[in-house]
Design a protein around this ligand. Structure first.
Ligand code: PSV
Ligand code: MN
Length: 395
């Protein structure tokens, strides 16, 4: 039996973080199409993130990428205040150690210690930004890897990664966390230093409790069972957070839940299940739910709202799983009975329930319709104009 009041209460607690870089122009390596009104500066990205929160009621923080989002005067207090005035706060801080020429052969795994040191120095500056903005999470992704057999020594690179991460970990104040993101390929095509959850988990366990694994849904090979990875990391108490997006072939960064709604739902089922487990509930409560998505052909604010809604729908359906029925069927070895228990929840239309939840929270029942009616896009297109296509994703 489902306790709808409890489901609604849980839905009101859900939080999804949006990425600043999702509000600027972005594209493929073939073409970046300039979108009218796309954010050009950190201020405009914060305005857009505030609009997504106003429309959904569950997106009260925004992740920043440094130096893309660094204000010209370096005044992070001003950034925090600007965000607070729009009802949002600064979320994860993402250092960028992949765009300087010096990083051609890697950053924290680079053969030259001077390059490794400069990458660590940049990350330490990002910890300073966390201290100034009140951000809890340092979100680390490294483009480090190689393209050819023999290009560099795997074990030496592993040791360089470990000692660089140790230097960062040592500087992390109490109460802050380091999230380590893995990716199986790109820009390295032969080998990636942090290629999968096992490698990331190994480093995190060696570093200490403040180091946690970040799962980006786009960073796995085809057919990898991400919900099983999530279950394993939760059980190890090492799931730090997500980068939600949808993929079809590679790291496509499409709107969350568009190509993979069942996968997204199954991930949330694991989270609800762990949240119900007294041994894992406090670990599960600290998981960061972040979107990492760039929109190439669709309007950006609207796309971000759709992603938030899709996360909300997946969570609502996961909350409807009858776990008593599911566990009983599993215990009996009733294969289809167990499958049907999960699929019954997946097939439930949760849209009317979510409309009620939104209205209770003071958000519009239909955030997309409200956005279209509000004239926000027309207004920002007028005031911001059409930014240079490289405006949001600096090269
Ligand atoms: C890398 O593909 C990634 O997923 C990392 O999270 C980066 O920070 C982000 O995309 C933006 O480049
Ligand atoms: Mn990511």
């Amino acid at each position: 039996m489902t306790d709808i009041a409890a489901v609604k209460a849980a839905l009101k607690q859900q939080r999804i973080e949006t990425p600043s870089w999702g509000y600027g122009n972005s594209g493929t390596r073939f073409k970046t199409f300039a979108a009218p009104g796309a954010a050009r500066t950190v201020w405009e990205k914060l305005e857009d993130a505030g609009e997504v929160h106003r429309l959904t009621g569950i997106a009260p923080s925004v992740a920043l990428h440094i130096p893309w989002d660094k204000p010209s005067d370096g005044d992070w207090g001003k950034v925090s205040h600007f965000a607070a005035a729009r009802g949002i706060e600064i979320g994860a801080i993402n250092p960028n150690v992949f765009q300087n020429d010096a990083y051609k052969l890697g950053s924290i795994a680079h053969p030259d210690k001077a390059v490794r040191d400069s990458a660590v120095t940049h990350i330490l500056e990002c910890i300073d930004v966390m201290n100034k903005t009140g951000s809890r999470d340092l979100s680390l992704w490294f483009a480090d890897g190689t393209n050819y057999a023999g290009q560099d020594d795997f074990r030496s690179r592993k040791h360089r990664v470990r000692s660089s991460l140790e230097a960062v970990y040592a500087a992390l104040p109490d109460g802050k966390r380091m999230l380590l993101e893995y990716k199986l390929f790109e820009p390295g095509f032969y080998f990636t230093d942090l290629s999968d959850w096992g490698v990331a988990l190994g480093h995190c366990q060696a570093l200490g409790d403040k180091a946690q694994v970040l799962v980006d849904l786009g960073h796995h090979a085809q057919a990898v069972n991400i919900e099983a990875i999530v279950a394993h990391l939760l059980d190890e108490q090492r799931l730090g957070g997500f980068h939600f997006n949808a993929r079809r072939y590679a790291d496509d960064d499409l709107i969350v839940g568009t190509t993979n709604p069942l996968e997204l739902f199954c991930i949330f089922v694991e989270l609800v299940s762990a949240g119900n487990d007294p041994a894992l509930s406090s670990h599960t409560a600290q998981v960061a739910y972040m979107i990492d998505q760039c929109h190439n052909i669709e309007p950006k604010v609207e796309a971000m709202v759709q992603s938030v809604i899709n996360c909300q729908e997946a969570y609502a359906k996961a909350l409807l799983v009858d776990f008593e029925r599911l566990r009983a069927a599993q215990q009996k070895g009733d294969v289809l009975g167990a499958h049907r228990a999960v699929m019954d929840a997946f097939k439930t239309d949760v849209r009317p329930l979510l409309e009620e939840v939104r209205v209770d929270m003071g958000a519009p029942a239909d955030p997309i319709a409200a956005h279209r009616e509000s004239g926000y896009l027309e207004r920002v297109a007028q005031t911001r104009g059409t930014a240079d296509a490289s405006g949001g994703f600096p090269t």
